[in-house]
Ligand binder design. Structure first.
Ligand code: ZN
Length: 138
């Protein structure tokens, strides 16, 4: 399979990531918003690590799916990620919030961000377009 316009992922890999993100969304804990999201991170070497949003009665403690997945990947020893797919059952496909973008800014290797929803909509972004001129200490 060829690469998708301008990005490094092939169609099969992208579809696998979206399927993994969709499966992860089923574990979401979203009793307050009802907005269940899953994410799947493709790390260097080809492994896929997933996460889901986990809400809390103290709303500010809630964590988004993509941040949970990035943290889970890091905790599993994966320091570099190449792509993340984010899936929500309700369209429109969710773009990462600002906090997640800042977390995603570390460890990416020319990363791509795929956002998908149950209506089949898929948008693909190069991470640098989502958070240009970001805060970094190095
Ligand atoms: Zn977020």
């Amino acid at each position: 399979m060829g690469q998708l316009g301008g990005i490094g992922l092939n169609r099969e890999t992208m579809d696998q990531l979206i399927a993994a993100a969709k499966a992860a969304s089923e574990a979401a804990y979203a009793p307050y918003s009802g907005y269940r999201v899953g994410a799947a991170v493709l790390v260097a070497g080809g492994a896929v690590v997933t996460g889901c949003n986990v809400e809390n009665a103290s709303y500010g403690l809630t964590i988004c799916a993509e941040r949970a997945a990035i943290f889970a990947a890091r905790c599993a020893g994966h320091a570099v990620w190449e792509a993340v797919a984010i899936y929500a059952p309700q369209p429109p496909a969710p773009l990462p919030c600002g906090a997640c973008r800042q977390v995603m800014a570390e460890g990416g290797n020319e990363p791509e961000v795929i956002v998908a929803a149950s209506d089949g909509s898929v948008r693909i972004f190069h991470f640098d377009d989502l958070l240009p001129n970001r805060f970094m200490l190095t």
